[in-house]
Design a protein around this ligand. Structure first.
Ligand SMILES: Nc1ncnc2c1ncn2[C@@H]1O[C@H](COP(=O)(O)OP(=O)(O)OP(=O)(O)O)[C@@H](O)[C@H]1O
Length: 577
């Protein structure tokens, strides 16, 4: 494996004393400019030297463009020639892995992936045959695999993320079921997928890095080129490993707070940290076994080594870029990274072009995989549509219940109104009173409303609103009607008193003669002329007058005439003064 060591520029103003890169052999004219291949460290007790004969040292002044040309440029070219490559970025947290792979905020700081995408499209445009480019982007987090190109990932909670199912074939190769693989026709569409995946990646703030990646991310560019009866399939994985770390040194910055939420985050960070270190440990064991050419390579200890099995020990041009921090306080981590990189450099890799005959072997498998993925996507869409239909059915049922309840309420209210209004007709109230007019009005309204309900089922919400509005107006009318009924009752009582009074008066004035009769008529007529209340008062006054007359005429002859005609009913309210 080719191995490069990249140093992140130090923030420290104190010049770094550990590094002494030494120049090395010149390379061929087509290759990028030569870089040092050895590194001396000045430690308090020793001065170890690390040599990387197939790669080299990229000192802190190395630009992103130089890093690309040294490491990934060739992989991008090979990807368009039917060769599989894999580039790993390995190192302590905060040492510059993501910066190297993806890039910084400025255009000229763009990392290996965007530069490789540009070159892949450039190379393919110069080739004969039908060329296609496919992109996928996944992450391995706590021994589960997730699709970083899932558009909804950021909207969902961690527990709701869809785990990618894995299946091992007879060769021990792991296939990832249902990973989104997008065919990209332009550099821009491939870059937008990279952007989407980076947005979806799990990060946390640590003391070492404000946006520390907590997962291993695997970005894959695949190409196919069909020419004549041949198909060439190339691949390039770029793996941004999660940063190795020592607990305590990289503590979650929020763990200093005692708040419950922060406590949970801190606990999650600890378990993430344990998981990251464990999976990196298993990667080291795989590399160690490959270096020793062991008969058994322990790929199956971790999901990440299983997924990348063919990149680590198969047909692949594999490169490790070790990212190092220059600060003295990180010397232990830097030493550990350098030792691991030395092991990687000792692993022999072989690679060859993947060319097959059209419609056979690899191409058929690729097509089948593509079709399976499309089918899975369609199934997903279908399931979503089914869910929507179910939701609509429930909503529809709810609406129907509301409608039934409103309709029932309306019927009840109507019966109550009619029941409340009907007794008022017993109280000698004239037929033209508002109460009976209201009953007629309500009957008419209910008939219209029911007709609307029956003929316009689709306008249920509008009809419900109409029901509600009508019921409100009915309630107001009922209230008015009740008040009116009470008023009529009171008046009826007064009339009865009036009758009683007048009857008493009549008994008393029996035989009172013409004068008495005139007085009573006068009083009652007067009352009717000036309203019921007024009239009754006058009637009672008249009765008093009659009493006076009676006492005045108590000796006069009585001809036996009595006033037996009942009093006329009161006029409608509206006609009263
Ligand atoms: N060569 C460099 N030049 C300038 N800035 C750099 C360089 N390398 C890293 N940085 C800056 O250092 C910070 C940490 O880098 P980065 O996120 O790439 O680290 P990392 O190794 O991916 O960390 P982690 O493992 O925690 O995700 C970032 O702000 C990045 O921009």
């Amino acid at each position: 494996m080719k191995v490069y060591v990249r140093f992140k520029p130090s923030d420290s103003t104190i010049p770094h004393k550990l590094l002494h890169p030494s120049a090395t052999n010149a390379t061929s004219s087509n290759s990028p400019p030569p870089i040092p291949q050895s590194l001396n460290l000045s430690l308090p007790t020793s001065s170890p030297t690390f040599t990387f004969p197939t790669g080299g040292i990229l000192d802190p002044s190395t630009t992103q463009d130089m890093v690309y040309r040294q490491t990934a440029e060739e992989c991008a070219k090979l990807c368009t020639e039917g060769v599989a490559s894999c580039i790993f970025a390995y190192g302590q947290t905060g040492s510059g892995k993501t910066y190297t792979v993806t890039g910084g905020s400025q255009y000229d700081e763009r990392g290996l992936i965007p530069r490789a995408i540009t070159d892949v499209f450039k190379h393919l445009s110069q080739k004969e045959g039908e060329c296609k480019v496919f992109i996928s982007f996944i992450e391995v987090y706590q021994e589960a695999c997730y699709d970083l190109l899932d558009q909804d990932k950021r909207l969902k909670k961690l527990e709701e993320w869809d785990k990618i199912q894995t299946k091992e074939d007879s060769n021990g190769e792991l296939s990832l079921e249902g990973v989104r693989v997008y065919e990209c026709e332009s550099e821009e569409s491939a870059l937008s997928l990279l952007f989407l995946g980076n947005m979806n990646r799990i990060t946390s703030s640590t003391k070492m890095n404000m946006a520390s990646s907590r997962s291993h991310a695997i970005f894959t560019v695949s190409t196919t080129r069909t020419f004549g009866k041949k198909v060439e399939t190339g691949k390039m994985h770029v793996v941004d490993l999660a940063g190795s770390e020592r607990s305590g040194k990289t503590n979650d910055i929020v763990s200093e707070f005692k708040l419950k939420d922060h406590f949970i985050k801190s606990e999650r960070r600890k378990s993430e940290s344990v998981d990251i270190n464990l999976s990196l440990h298993y990667l080291q064991r795989v590399i160690y076994s490959l270096q020793l050419s062991s008969p058994h390579i322990p790929y199956r200890n971790s999901l990440m080594t299983q997924i990348l099995k063919s990149s680590l020990g198969g047909n692949s041009n594999t490169i490790f870029i070790g990212c190092l921090s220059m600060e003295s306080e990180n010397v232990q981590e830097s030493l550990s990274t350098l030792k691991f990189l030395i092991r990687c450099g000792a692993v022999q890799v072989k690679y060859s072009r993947n060319v097959s005959t059209k419609h056979t072997g690899a191409t058929l498998n690729l097509e089948i995989e593509g079709l399976k993925k499309k089918l899975a996507e369609k199934d997903g869409l279908l399931a979503m549509e089914k869910k929507k239909v179910e939701k609509l059915k429930v909503a529809n049922k709810d609406l129907k219940n509301q409608f039934d309840a409103a309709e029932q309420g309306f019927e009840d209210k109507l019966s109550q109104i009619i029941g409340d209004v009907a007794p008022a007709t017993d109280l000698t109230i004239p037929p033209q009173t508002l109460s009976l007019q209201l009953v007629a009005y309500l009957k008419r309204s209910s008939a219209t409303l029911l007709e609307t309900l029956l003929t316009s089922p689709s306008s249920t919400p509008i009809v419900l609103e109409e029901c509600r509005r009508l019921l409100e107006s009915m309630a107001t009318e009922v209230k008015k009607s009740e008040t009116e009924k009470e008023a009529w009752k009171t008046r009826a009582g007064k009339i009865n008193i009036g009758y009683a009074g007048s009857e008493v008066g009549q008994l008393e004035v029996q035989g009172g003669g013409e004068g008495l009769e005139q007085g009573l008529d006068h009083g009652l007529d007067h009352g009717l002329d000036h309203g019921l209340d007024h009239g009754l008062d006058h009637g009672l006054n008249s009765l008093n007058n009659l009493n006076s007359l009676n006492s005045l005429n108590n000796n006069s002859n009585n001809n036996g005439t009595t006033r037996s005609t009942p009093l006329p009913p009161p006029p409608p309210k509206s006609a009263q003064p």
